[in-house]
Design a protein around this ligand. Structure first.
Ligand code: ADP
Ligand code: MG
Length: 244
């Protein structure tokens, strides 16, 4: 058996005296698309942030492709290239075009020369359906287009794993569809992804597994049909009834 792409073992995180993640364990195989759900404050963002070490875990281990990335010695910059992240807040540089927002990291972080960086950036813009907006500044783009540039920027690093933290939550409802569509396409193409979202249509159709987190504990994990149609835990059903 080969190693899972992501293995989380007994992950714990506290802020001060309060433990906000209790003994979280799960594994993702390559090409898995996991959707993480749970009430506000349940620890979803903290869990994602531990995976790329924007937050340092207090206990447990995280392995990416068999390498223990939670090791304090592990190079965090390397990890951030292997794990792409897209946040709710769209954080493009306002003074750079869509293309430049993507080439910046390729040149500075990945050490690419200008022309290779530009070629890669154009290919990623094409992937998210924005080939014709390469020279637009963020202010000239809709929120949905900006978020797609953010996704293209993360993809440009050729990550092994993509993390999405409520990528559509700051968008007007009519703009969520185009971002969800990009995620759906990525999932179909076999990108390994861990997604926090309230888009239950996406979860049902694209998730290989769903995780329900409540008060920092992993309450239930299973395929979408299980969580939606026959949850094993009463709390899962109650939560899904509230949000759907
Ligand atoms: P979710 O993303 O599910 O809404 P979070 O991971 O953001 O949940 O938060 C989980 C818990 O940790 C909450 O109780 C929140 O108040 C707390 N928390 C999150 N970030 C911090 C922080 N930087 N300092 C202190 N407490 C935090
Ligand atoms: Mg959150």
């Amino acid at each position: 058996m080969s190693e899972p792409l992501l293995r989380i073992e007994n992950l714990q995180k506290s802020y001060g005296d309060e433990e906000v993640l209790h003994d979280i364990s799960f594994e993702m195989e390559e090409s898995d698309a996991f959707v993480l759900i749970g009430p506000s404050g349940s620890g979803k963002s903290t869990l994602l942030r531990c995976v790329n070490r924007l937050t340092e875990p207090d206990g447990g281990d995280i392995y990416l492709d068999g390498t223990r990335t939670s090791d304090p010695e592990y190079d965090v910059n390397h990890l951030r290239r292997e794990v792409g992240m897209v946040f709710q807040d769209i954080n493009l540089f306002a003074h750079l075009t869509a293309l430049e927002n993507i080439t910046l990291g390729l040149k500075k972080v990945a050490g690419m020369d200008e022309s290779s960086a530009e070629a890669r950036a154009r290919a990623e813009l094409e992937q998210v359906g924005l080939a014709d907006q390469a020279d637009s500044y963020p202010a000239e783009l809709s929120g949905g287009q900006q978020q797609r540039v953010g996704i293209a920027r993360a993809l440009a690093m050729d990550p092994k794993l993509m993390l999405f933290d409520e990528p559509t939550s700051s968008l007007d409802p009519e703009l969520t569809g185009e971002v969800v569509e990009v995620m759906r396409q990525l999932a179909e193409e076999g990108m390994t992804m861990l997604v926090v979202t309230h888009e239950m249509g996406f979860a049902r159709s694209a998730a290989t597994q769903m995780l329900f987190l409540e008060d920092g504990s992993l309450v239930e994990q299973g395929p979408p049909e299980q969580l939606f149609d026959a949850p094993e835990e009463e709390r899962t059903g109650q939560f899904l009834k509230r949000i759907t």
